[in-house]
Ligand binder design. Structure first.
Ligand code: GNR
Ligand code: NI
Length: 178
């Protein structure tokens, strides 16, 4: 088990497309376990491999409902690991207030499909088919975006995007050389 470093905007690796996983082996399953551990430790509901510097099409998520003031450490509620995920159907529209572990300290409303059907492979290489709505649907779209090198900031209006990205670049620069 190991905690992985989560890359933050504007790391160029977050803007690169990921490539398909060709073999589902123990090394990949170890990466999946480490991604879950990293995601729970960061209190995220999803994590895509490029966020930990691995440019492969792999995501983990756990968007299960949790009691609001449950103080216990995040337990796995509805965990999914999806290898080579693709959206095969989408329907409707929903606006969701999104955040991203790679964009700490900023959230904003994003338009997404309200329902999605996602296909891919599970950790054993078996076919997986998920029909989702609500937070799970939003999360699947957010994570699959990461595999294309897209972050939620890219889905804001052009004006907002340029303002927010400029601020975040400045903040990252200040943190790099204070
Ligand atoms: O933890 C996360 N919360 C979240 C909230 C609303 C919409 C999407 C997300 S995903 C995010 C974790 C993350 O950055 N995954 O890539
Ligand atoms: Ni994200």
């Amino acid at each position: 088990m190991a905690l992985l470093e989560i890359l933050t905007f504007p790391d160029p690796r977050l803007a690169q497309p990921a490539t398909n996983v060709e073999v589902v082996d123990d090394a990949l399953r170890q990466l999946i376990d480490d991604m879950f551990e990293t995601m729970y430790a960061a209190e995220g509901v999803g994590l895509a491999a490029p966020q930990v510097g691995v440019l492969k099409r792999l995501i983990v998520l756990d968007c299960g409902e949790r009691e609001k003031d449950d103080q216990r450490p995040l337990p796995p509620v509805q965990p999914y690991a999806i290898i080579n995920p693709t959206i095969v159907a989408k329907e409707g529209e929903i606006v969701w207030e999104e955040g991203c572990l790679s964009v700490p300290g900023y959230t904003d409303e994003v338009n997404r499909a309200a329902k999605v059907t996602v296909k891919g492979l599970d950790r054993n290489g078996q076919p997986l088919h998920i029909e989702a709505e609500g937070l799970l649907a939003v999360c699947l779209q957010h994570e699959i975006d990461h595999l294309e090198g897209t972050i939620f900031l890219d889905r804001l209006s052009r004006l907002k995007q340029s303002m927010v990205k400029k601020k975040l670049r400045k903040k990252a620069e200040e943190e790099a050389r204070p």
